[in-house]
Design a protein around this ligand. Sequence first.
Ligand SMILES: [Zn+2]
Length: 175
Amino acid sequence: MGLIIRSSAIHAAGCYTTTAIRKGAHVAEYDGPRLSKEEADACYEELPITYLFGLGDGSIVIDGHCMAMFINHSCDPNCETEEVDGRVWITAIRNIAPGEEITYDYCLYDGGDDEAVCNCGAKKCRGTMYSREEVRRRKAVAKKALKKKRGKRKAGKTAAGEIGLSKRAAAPQCV
Ligand SMILES: [Zn+2]
């Protein structure tokens, strides 16, 4: 299997295959040092964009140092992520032709104030890289915050921001 990184219409750089990939094949492993969520938050607090991948319940994250970190999000992807024994595989969910960009649905869940706007260009684009559950959760939080704001006009504070995680861009190694 040949994977290359080159410029992408979705995001600055993307991962492309030079060979045909069969449905069900492991395309790449999302690999890198494992950090606790607290360690990752401390490392990347100041950076708007990171290459982190939450494992399991999100208490452990992979600090991506691999080919897979260049794979872009799409709302109509050709791959999905699969967690097997603590390892994360990017697996093809359909046959992929040579030259196609590899994509999977990020289903982000911990982005703080970040809108995580999606520009994937898919017909079914949901406009954000957050998972459907997270979109619902965020809407509920925003609604609650609005109510609170109305109730206490002088308080001057809206919903508490979380620390951003799980978005992409170059981040310096932090060890
Ligand atoms: Zn999209």
